[in-house]
Design a protein around this ligand. Structure first.
Ligand code: ZN
Length: 148
């Protein structure tokens, strides 16, 4: 084998892809050939750098995912709060309009009026709660489908 052939083995040697026999011959040649030994050192340095780059890349990806998920959580959290507040406000407003009509009517007793007020407020909160739950599980299911 000529020097040129050993140079072809360098990558395989560093990646641990050579047979025992090839490794032995390669090491033997490097020990006796200054030219190849020098080139092999350069090759090792180059490989150390490329390995480092290969390690940095997945880490960047992890950070990207990390910040992406935090952003999603904040976005969703704000979305939920706005939706809940808006939903409760709209329902309470609608409820109060209805109560106003009943309260104005003197033929209804106070107990009935208070009962209706509580009923409408309770319904408003329950409606938003159920809606939120439904949407939450729907989102979760959809997310799981994407992951699969
Ligand atoms: Zn050589």
């Amino acid at each position: 084998m000529k020097c040129h052939d050993y140079k072809d083995l360098m990558m395989g040697y560093l990646d641990d892809e050579l047979s025992m026999e090839q490794r032995g011959r390669f090491e033997e040649h490097i020990a006796g050939c200054g030219d190849c030994a020098k080139e092999f050192e350069e090759f090792k340095k180059l490989k150390a750098i490329t390995d480092e780059v290969a390690l940095v890349e997945p880490e960047d990806k992890l950070w990207e995912d990390y910040w992406g998920s935090i952003y999603n959580r904040i976005e969703r959290g704000v979305g939920w709060i706005l939706m809940s507040v808006a939903g409760i406000l709209l329902l309470i407003y609608g409820g109060f309009k209805l109560i106003e009509e009943i309260v104005k009517d003197p033929s209804h007793v106070m107990t009935l009026k208070l009962g209706l007020l509580g009923l409408i407020a309770g319904l408003a909160i329950m409606f938003v709660s159920v809606l939120r739950e439904r949407l939450y599980f729907w989102k979760k299911d959809r997310y799981r489908d994407i992951r699969r």
